[in-house]
Design a protein around this ligand. Structure first.
Ligand code: NAD
Length: 478
């Protein structure tokens, strides 16, 4: 079935698109207008059982498929995503709200991840250990088995590719449950894999009540790995469910990224980079810079410059040219932000920009800057996941490091300083899976992406992402 004649929102199980048939249908909304744009079917219990059976068969066949063939499918998928980038971007913007240019960039970034994994698919090696003659010891790497993957709505195209490509490169099969809020983005990506020649039983897509789907998939002996992108509480819940079946896990959980800005930074350049990065995807990014700790000497100029640039961010429907920030992805986000901002204001925070919801039926919230936010305020401790910057001052390097490390989160962190000695200390001392110094790029296909502490474990991308889908076996032959 081609891109145009399949249903836009459907389950994909055992090589066929499934919808209707008395299944529960959930509304899908356009966050810029609040209007319903379609429905997504929920998988029945029988659908999930069939998905598990198909994933088991898919794994048996795919693990025997040569790396070159797996690589060819991934490269072709990358090419198709580039070819269809405009159409994919339009789907993602309609379902998730981000500006079209960002959605297009997301598609192109997803293609780069696929190209990297195509290269890795033919570089899965083992080891032969030195032994006396007559004895041989080998270390083999083998695909772990069917993967149950769950991903969030914030990167509706790229999150899907991040789950599917390492599994497919390493010879695993997958059952993916993308977000019910961005289903057509996920199925359009899967169609690219299908058109590139991926056998039908290697990757299944299901939707449903998240807790019911995850309980079923994680209780099954077929599932050998859990891969999750989402919030810390749900991540912990899934780890508990997976513990009973003892499986491999990759957990990409939330963050609360600190930004340490020192007196000696290039202030204008730093502000330009940080304001753009803060409001990308309306701040709904796990690595979004959130707590801005600014050294005394530049604090006032930094806060004023940040607020001024923030007021210039054009907010609107992501499908309209010129929009720099779209709506939030669902009605939960403006509600959550409103409550967090009210709590921070009551605790004494000053509003330097924004601080209110947008008008209309869409899920808009103004880009917001709060200064002098007390540490007790909820937002200094819980992930805001929205267009909100929190600014506080610091004096010394030690103080800055202490503040950066004060939360249980440890995903991304950012430091701005021209001092080389300080850069080295920060790289060592800040507790996060990714530290960016004088830049904000955390995601590169060849570099591990992931967190420490409550932000999770088991990186995606880089050779580490493949390793996370393999088991290690020692074979000793006399
Ligand atoms: P949420 O934690 O309820 O959902 C996040 C994702 O997990 C969604 O796609 C959802 O469908 C899925 N999910 C929820 N319960 C699940 C379950 N029992 N089994 C399997 N999947 C399940 O939060 P939300 O309201 O959708 O998003 C807000 C929060 O999510 C934010 O506070 C942020 O921490 C987190 N988030 C993190 C990332 C990330 O990249 N780390 C991405 C998106 C959202």
């Amino acid at each position: 079935m081609s891109q145009t004649d399949r249903p836009a929102r459907a389950l994909y199980i055992a090589g066929e698109w499934r919808t209707g048939g008395g299944r529960v249908a959930q509304d899908v909304l356009n966050p810029a207008t609040g209007a319903t744009i379609g429905t997504v079917p929920h998988a029945s219990a029988a659908d999930l059982d069939e998905a598990l059976a198909a994933a088991e068969r898919g794994f048996r066949a795919w693990r025997e498929t040569p790396g070159e063939t797996r690589a060819a499918v991934l490269s072709k998928t990358a090419a198709l995503i580039r070819e269809r980038a405009d159409a994919l971007a339009a789907i993602a913007t309609e379902e998730q709200g981000k500006p079209l240019a960002e959605a297009r960039g997301e598609a192109i970034g997803a293609a780069a991840i696929l190209d990297f994994h195509a290269g890795e698919a033919v570089r899965i090696y083992g080891r032969v250990l030195p032994r006396a003659s007559g004895l041989r010891s080998m270390v083999l790497k083998q695909p772990v088995g069917p993967v149950a993957a769950f991903c969030a709505w914030n990167f509706p195209l790229l999150n899907v590719v991040r789950k599917l490509s390492p599994a497919i490169a390493s010879g695993c099969s997958v059952i993916l449950k993308p977000s019910e809020e961005t289903p057509a983005s996920a199925t359009a990506i899967l169609q690219c894999f299908q058109d590139a020649g991926l056998p039908g039983e290697v990757a299944q897509i299901v939707f449903g009540v998240p807790d019911e789907v995850s309980r079923t998939l994680l209780a099954s002996p077929v599932t050998r790995k859990l891969s999750f992108t989402g919030s810390v509480p749900i991540g912990k819940h899934l780890m508990r469910l997976a513990a009973d079946s003892v499986m491999k896990m990759t957990m990409e959980l939330g963050g609360h990224a600190p930004v340490l800005v020192f007196d000696d930074c290039d202030l204008d350049k730093t502000l330009d980079i940080l304001v753009a990065h803060k409001f990308r995807n309306a701040g709904q990014v796990c690595v979004s810079p959130t707590r801005f700790y600014v050294q005394d000497g530049i604090y006032d100029r930094f806060a004023a410059g940040f607020a001024e640039r923030t007021r210039q961010v054009t907010v609107g429907d992501g499908s309209i040219a010129g929009t720099k920030m779209g709506p939030l992805a669902n009605p939960r986000r403006p509600d959550a932000l409103e409550a967090m901002i009210a709590d921070a204001r009551a605790a004494g925070a000053k509003v330097l920009a924004g601080g209110e919801r947008g008008a209309g039926d869409g899920f808009f919230y103004a880009p917001t800057v709060l200064a002098d936010v007390p540490l007790e305020a909820k937002v200094m401790n819980e992930e805001p996941f929205g267009p909100l910057a929190l600014i506080r001052r610091f004096g010394t390097l030690e103080e800055a490091i202490e503040q950066a490390n004060r939360l249980p989160y440890g995903l991304a962190s950012y430091c701005f300083t021209e001092n080389g000695r300080r850069q080295a200390i920060l790289g060592d001392a800040v507790e996060s899976g990714m530290v960016c110094i004088n830049n904000v790029r955390t995601s590169w296909p060849d570099a591990p992406f992931g967190g420490v502490k409550d932000s999770g474990f088991g990186s995606e991308d880089g050779p580490e992402g493949i390793e996370a889908h393999m088991i290690t076996k020692s074979v000793h032959i006399s």
